[in-house]
Design a protein around this ligand. Structure first.
Ligand code: GUN
Length: 284
């Protein structure tokens, strides 16, 4: 079974676009997403322009604030403060990575938690840890959505995540824990990786190492989700899973591209809609 993220995202888009239309009719404006893009990291330029395009496709308003690589911390914090106060701004996203002179944690924590559509503020990560999440990072939400398409009930299964980032691995470990799976979080210092990954009914690769996961890492019949997006020296795109090697042994697998990527973007839109609904006291 190929887990077709592009198709799931298209289904989600239909639902979310209708919600945007309804919000526009009720409140006189669509949900509004503001992205801070600091500097000119080539990957970030591509991601941000794609997020903006998709926001328009969903019927949302989107503004990108392109800021100079050398901008001061104070200027960034002032802009975030302005956006926090602006009632017409629903979602704020600070594209990562940031230039070295800016402390990502400090900048992210300046975003009001109710507008933190990346789910990365200390408050939103704490709410997730406690089991009372509000806005949760988009890639982990996308992975959970894909898993539901594989099996509606994953309770009791072994889930193994490779990669412990704050953006993906750690929040996903919490979502999977709340879904009653038994979670193992592996990383670059893990000894004998395959001993752990071989136990996985659900294997998630989110470590940024092209084709790290091969068939010897995978239990026959597992569901394999590949969060990796690695640009190889020949210009081609590769996941963290060796798809051709693993596809025959897995029960289900996501492709790269068109697996997790489209779901991440769809959940960014979903979070922005949720933030607008929350702001208007419309919790459906
Ligand atoms: N850089 C790469 N992926 C992401 C993401 O999902 N959110 C943010 N803010 N920055 C990123």
């Amino acid at each position: 079974m190929i887990l077709d993220g592009k198709n799931y995202a298209a289904e989600l888009k239909d639902v979310l676009t209708r919600q945007c239309t309804a919000l526009k009719e009720t409140h006189g404006r669509p949900p509004s997403l503001h992205v801070l893009l600091i500097g000119s990291n080539p990957g970030s330029l591509v991601y941000v322009s794609m997020k903006q395009k998709r926001a328009y496709d969903f019927g949302m308003q989107s503004t990108v604030h392109r800021l100079d690589e050398t901008i001061s911390k104070e200027s960034v914090l002032n802009l975030i403060d302005e956006l926090n106060q602006n009632k017409e701004v629903d979602g704020i996203l600070v594209q990562l990575p940031l230039p070295a002179h800016l402390d990502a944690n400090e900048i992210i924590d300046a975003v009001c938690p109710e507008k933190d559509v990346d789910g990365l503020t200390s408050i939103n990560l704490g709410r997730l840890l406690r089991g009372t999440p509000s806005l949760v990072s988009c890639t982990p939400l996308g992975c959970m959505h894909i898993l539901k398409q594989w099996r509606s009930d994953i309770s009791g299964l072994n889930a193994v995540i490779v990669g412990r980032s704050t953006l993906v691995g750690k929040p996903l470990s919490l979502l999977l824990t709340h879904a009653n799976t038994t979670v193992t979080l592996c990383h670059s210092k893990t000894h004998d990786l395959e001993i752990h990954t071989k136990q996985a009914d659900i294997l998630i690769a989110a470590c940024g190492s092209p084709k790290l996961i091969r068939k010897e890492h995978v239990k026959p019949g597992a569901c394999v989700i590949d969060v990796g997006m690695n640009r190889l020296t020949d210009g081609s795109l590769s996941g963290d899973v060796d798809f051709d090697d693993v596809v025959h042994i897995a029960d289900a697998i996501t492709p790269v591209p068109f697996g997790v990527g489209p779901m991440t973007v769809a959940y960014l839109m979903s979070n922005t809609i949720q933030a607008m609904k929350n702001a208007y006291g419309n919790l459906d």
